[in-house]
Design a protein. Structure first.
Length: 371
């Protein structure tokens, strides 16, 4: 398995946003990185780009924006991958950790065993010579063994809290603002991950410092006993190759332990009626996250975090918008703001206020007619 990022001095000038005026142009950027994965140091790389945001077909994107605007807030939902999509790829100069990768069981023997599984299965996951059926079986095997080790090694909820506190993980700048913007308009966000729901929720709790009633996590969910020890997992395993099968049926409200939740704004059935989608992912496989939904219009936004030289063309084909250089969420917020600038996307408070005004007017009309 190669741990080296191969990119050296890629200059992306021919894919600058064309006729795509609502995004501000970014100046050329020079970024240097170094990192460790599996304890091995990655080579320094340098990426030069003319823009962090690339749109291959602006006319098609404009059409999709218009269609979603027309549908209004009640038809829209956001589906987002978690690792390296909502979270940054590079954190403090090193590769950021994933929800699976950050777990420290407080038992080095089991941490090593899970690492050995990673080193065996991770190359198989990306092997071009293994067919999808066989690869799917391998992924089920990998996830199953990893989950069994978490149970066998005596993972506790306290160690999850501690692992997250110590983890090298951070959200992209603007994630909290994006969630808040969508929450104000009653637009749900479904975080769909092959990672671990309980870890993702703990990361949300610790790193965002507030909860959002519109955010739900669909991922592998743990069951703890009264002593806070992991005893099993709920439902069917979600791994990297079946993220399309359980999207909405396995959706559950964010963890009850948050305490200050107002409850989910949508159940699974009503989410399925939201047939316009903004999809965020960092892998072309993430596009499958909306497969369980019979969507009408989808705008897909991809974060291309590494191997840019090899992957840029496939990402440009696959996603409506591509972000490079570990971009923040501001581009996504700009697009969402533009969609929501129509009168069909009023803030909830504005809606309540206008309903109250209507009600007051009606009451006053009724009083007047009684006189
Ligand atoms: Mg990801």
């Amino acid at each position: 398995m190669s741990h080296s990022l191969q990119l050296q001095g890629i200059l992306v000038t021919s894919f600058r946003q064309r006729h795509f005026s609502f995004f501000s142009r970014h100046p050329s950027a020079r970024v240097s990185f170094s990192s460790f994965i599996c304890g091995k140091k990655l080579e320094m790389e340098e990426v030069k780009v003319a823009s962090e945001l690339l749109v291959d077909d602006p006319a098609s994107l404009e059409k999709k924006i218009d269609a979603i605007r027309l549908g209004g807030s009640q038809k829209l939902q956001v589906i987002a991958d978690f690792d390296a999509t909502l979270t940054k790829f590079w954190v403090n100069g090193t590769r950021g950790q994933t929800s699976h990768g950050l777990v420290q069981q407080g038992n080095p023997e089991y941490d090593d065993k899970r690492q050995q599984l990673y080193e065996y299965y991770h190359p198989l996951e990306f092997s071009p010579t293994i067919g999808l059926e066989e690869k799917t079986k391998l992924m089920e095997e990998w996830w199953g063994k990893t989950h069994a080790l978490l149970v066998e090694g005596g993972l506790t909820y306290d160690s999850i809290r501690q692992s997250v506190a110590n983890a090298n993980i951070a959200f992209r700048e603007g994630v909290s603002e994006l969630f808040e913007f969508l929450e104000e308009r009653d637009i749900p966000v479904l975080i769909f991950s092959a990672g671990l729901a309980d870890i993702i929720e703990e990361v949300l709790r610790q790193k965002l410092n507030r909860s959002f009633k519109n955010v739900r996590v669909v991922s592998n969910r743990m069951i703890f006993n009264d002593k806070g020890c992991l005893v099993s997992f709920k439902g069917k395993v979600i791994h990297s190759l079946n993220k399309n099968e359980h999207a909405l049926d396995m959706a559950a409200p964010i963890h009850e332990r948050l305490g200050d939740m107002d409850g989910p704004i949508d159940d699974s059935a009503s989410l399925k009626k939201r047939t316009n989608v903004i999809l965020l992912g960092d892998h072309t496989g993430d596009l499958g996250m909306s497969d369980g939904l019979n969507y009408e219009t989808r705008i897909s936004m991809g974060f291309l975090n590494h191997n840019i030289g090899d992957s840029l063309s496939s990402y440009r084909e696959a996603f409506d918008v591509v972000f490079v250089n570990d971009a923040p969420m501001w581009g996504v917020i700009k697009l969402v703001s533009r969609i929501c600038s129509s009168g069909r996307f009023l803030k909830t408070k504005t809606l309540i206020a206008s309903r109250e005004t209507m009600s007051e007017n009606l009451n006053s009309d009724l009083s007047a007619s009684a006189l």
